[in-house]
Design a protein around this ligand. Sequence first.
Ligand code: FES
Ligand SMILES: [Fe+2]
Length: 332
Amino acid sequence: MPKQEFPFPMPNGWFCITRTHELKKGEVKSLKFCEKEIVAFRTESGTPAVLDAFCPHLGAHLGEGGCINGETIECPFHAWRWNTDGSCAEIPYAKNFPPKAKDTKIFNYPCVEINGFIWAWHHLHQEEPTWEVPVIEGFNGDDKKWGKVYHYDYNVNTVLQEIAENDVDAAHFPKVHGSPSLPETDAIIDGIYKKTIAETLYDPNSNASEEHKVKDHEMFTTTFTRESWGLGTVGLKMINLPPDGGEFIMINASCPVDNKHSILRWSMRVSNETDDELGMAIIDGIANGVLDDLPIWDNKSYVSDPILCDGDGPISKFRKWVSQFYSEPLSS
Ligand code: FES
Ligand SMILES: [Fe+2]
């Protein structure tokens, strides 16, 4: 069979475009998001904003040489200044502000900052957000209970749907990861929200690099919860870490770049009562696990009508759930 490219357009939803600490006051970033060139910036007072990249005056890319001037971004070409909502704030050399400039707005993506990330809303037809980014416990300044946050970023050569399908693809775990699949409960689905719970015996050294393996480790029984809000936000939690019932939490904040590329940004931490070495083995093992998937994703074809068998996991149910995140492209 010939290789089939992924057939759907860019998904609708909230996606992570950068980490909070990676966009400082006065900083401007040129990014690619959902097949669009965009500029992300933070004003002098600290407000983040995300706009389409091209200046409506004569087309310069605001992210390539643009700078922050107060609460505006200043174009590198003729210094026109643009507000965070995309309206024109000032034309420094014009005696008369042209009426067309008053009516022009650069498209501004709805943008929120939460859980240590900056999120932008993408909708194929530029419709307003239909849900909010959830506040995830442990990632919003509640540092008394939790240890250091470990960050991992991955550039992946496929789309978010293919990456997310991995979670329900039970049969790939033994072959690709050398680990048993998690015996998850049926997903609880409520619109854009999906939750699975697995009771499992967990090996903290599974996938951990040699330097982070715990000596004399023991397997432990844990409850592993996975919550998804659309294709951009996943929260994971493991409880009952030995010996005192510690917890592991994680966010997978993801971003579609285009029809072949995505970025995953993971933040992980364990609660303070957890032994540092055990926490590091779990975190390192989970960070390494995804590396096994990359060669498959780099090369695979999309199969729209797969042959499935009883051990395959709820792949069809998953595809039905994700279908809600795609709008039909407008015919041109
Ligand atoms: S192109 Fe941006 S100010 Fe001229
Ligand atoms: Fe996998």
